[in-house]
Each structure stands twice: as C-alpha cells, then as structure tokens.
Design a protein around this ligand. Structure first.
Ligand code: ZN
Length: 342
C-alpha cells in the first residue's frame, strides 16, 4: 500500500500554484482543526526523541496563516460546521492541544489571548499535577539517556535486555518504540537498569499542567476535554477498557473542574476503533464531539472530527496546509477521503 505521507510530500511542490481560497472552495472544506502537543523553544527530550515540536516563532507563523485565511472559532461553534453542506459558512479553524503539557499554560495560552484565539486542551486525567508519567515519554527519556552515552555502554546494556525480550529482532531504538501500553512494567525495569528514576524526573521537571493552572485557564475562557485517563492506544485495549477510559476521565473532569461538556480526543488517534464505541459514545456516554488525527478526512459519524497534526509540519505553514488540501483532493478521486469502520 502506498503511504499517505509519501503522497502528501509528493504533492507539496504543487502547493504554490493554488491559492488557499481556491483550495477551500474546490474541496468545500471550510473547517480546519490544527492540533499540537506542545510548542517550545527548549529541547524537551521526552518528546523530541519521539516526534518534532514547533518553536514559538513557527507557532506564531502558523496562527498568523490560519487567521489570514480562516476565522478562529470556539469548540461550541463546531456544531454548525458539522452539518455544513451548503458552503455558506466562512472558513474557520479551531485549535486543540493534546496531552495536557505545561507549555499550554506558560507560553501557548498567553499568546492565544493576545490574538483573541480560542482553544481546547485535552488532558490525561491520571497525569494532571504530575502524578504519573506517560509510558511513551518514559521511552523518550530512555532514548535520550542511551543517545547521550558516548561509549554506548548503556545502549548495549539496554539493547541486550530489549532484544532478549523482543519478538521483533530490530535495533534497540526501533524495539523501544514498539513497546506499548501493556509493556509498562518492562519499561520501568529498563529505567531501573539505566539508573533513570522516572518518578524523580517527574518531580523535578513537572511537564504537566496542575489543577490550579487548569482552573485558571478555564476561568480565562479556554475549553478542556478528555484525552483518556492514561493514554492507551485504543486498538490495543478491549471494548470495556475503552469505555472505562472515557467514562472515568469525564467523571474526573466533572468532579474536579465542574466540566460538563464532553469532548474527547483519542490518544494516538482512532485507528481501528470500532463503530460500537462511536455508537456508545454518542448514545450512552453523551460525548459531544470526538477527535482523531487523520488530517482532512470524513468519518463514520459527523460528531467525530479529524485534525491536522501540526507537529509534523517541518517547514512553512502555507505549504503544509495546502498539501493537506491537495492530498484530500487525491484521496477523494479514489474515494479514500472517508474512514470506514467495522
Ligand atoms: Zn496524546
């Protein structure tokens, strides 16, 4: 199967030919939902070993571009866009941020307020107040530790342990990146083997938002939603666990912050999530909107929106957003612009 990102890269050089306005009217895609994890000028090794981050300067350029071509809207206004078939609505964008990281409070919110741009922050309820560290960030820290060791003795040590336990026969880095939600004990053991105390690291670095910061951001008008309790990949957990992750996190948000609206962003996206969960979310769990990470794409239900992963934009905002539109047009020719679910 041809990789979608490869096609998108292939069409990127065509992007200067078409104006953003023209692409919007050709595709009739008036709503875009750019999403980020964090934005930072500092190296955040727990993230940068996993995926790139936009700098503050790049983030400013992003929002300037969005504001030039789209109107910033709040999450409540998505309701009218989900039914938009007429093409009468003006182009709009809503910004979202996953994982509840502290830069949302220290850098992102002040910048957005300066420009009058609303946003929604999706948090993992188990991680608020730096109570627990996401297993994937632990892998990021392991990779950092291994990369820092000049003699590579630690890499060899970890390699040996990883490979003894691995079914993939890959190099150390790739094997570490393959570890999942069910390997958390093993990831902790690897930390111990490297003398890396995740708990201590968490206390010293405080990567997550605190309860006080969330309360303040709510008072300042930002919206919050759930990103599950502790960030499992949903295709790796059973239906009951999926429901518990959603229900428990919403209960926590209501109890702690009096958040009644139920917005949910799937951790790692919604790959292979079945219709049964979407039906349950809509009919029983009263989830208002949910969000995936597949760029410009339609889905099984109108209440589920796909967002554009801006962390993956390595250069100019304009090229990146236009290439999303061009890729959408290609997908539409082959009827691949809609996700089909079992
Ligand atoms: Zn996430």
């Amino acid at each position: 199967m041809v990789n979608g990102k490869f096609i998108q890269r292939l069409v990127t050089p065509l992007s200067p030919i078409f104006s953003q306005q023209r692409l919007i009217s050709w595709t009739n895609r008036r709503l875009i939902l750019p999403f980020y994890h964090s934005v930072s000028d500092d190296d955040l090794p727990f993230i940068s070993n996993l995926y790139p981050l936009r700098s503050l300067k790049q983030f400013r350029a992003d929002i300037e571009y969005f504001c030039r071509h789209y109107t910033p809207i709040s999450i409540n206004e998505l309701e009218k866009y989900k039914m938009d078939k007429s093409g009468d609505l003006s182009p709009a964008f809503h910004l979202t941020f996953d994982d509840g990281l502290k830069e949302v409070y220290t850098h992102i919110a002040p910048l957005l307020e300066e420009k009058g741009i609303p946003a929604t922050f999706f948090v993992n309820t188990d991680f608020i107040d730096n109570k627990k560290l996401f297993y994937r960030y632990k892998i990021g820290l392991l990779l950092e530790e291994i990369g820092r060791d000049e003699n590579n003795a630690k890499a060899l040590e970890i390699s040996k342990i990883v490979q003894q336990n691995s079914k993939w026969h890959l190099d150390c880095r790739s094997s570490l990146l393959r570890l999942n939600y069910h390997d958390q004990e093993f990831i902790d053991e690897l930390g111990d083997a490297l003398g890396l105390d995740f708990h201590q690291w968490l206390q010293e670095n405080n990567p997550y938002l605190t309860t006080a910061q969330i309360n303040e951001l709510i008072d300042r008008g930002f919206s919050f939603g759930s990103h599950s309790c502790d960030h499992p990949r949903f295709k790796n957990i059973d239906f009951d666990s999926q429901k518990k992750q959603i229900e428990h996190s919403f209960d926590f948000l209501k109890r702690t912050f009096e958040i009644k609206e139920r917005y949910f962003s799937f951790p790692f996206g919604d790959e292979e999530v079945g219709k049964n969960l979407f039906d349950w979310m809509e009919k029983e769990a009263n989830v208002g909107f949910s969000f995936g990470v597949s760029g410009l794409k339609d889905d099984y239900t109108l209440s589920h929106f796909h967002r554009i992963p801006m962390d993956m934009c390595s250069g100019q905002t304009e090229k990146f957003i236009k290439s999303e539109y061009l890729y959408f047009m290609i997908k539409r020719i082959f009827r691949k612009n809609q996700i089909h679910r079992e």
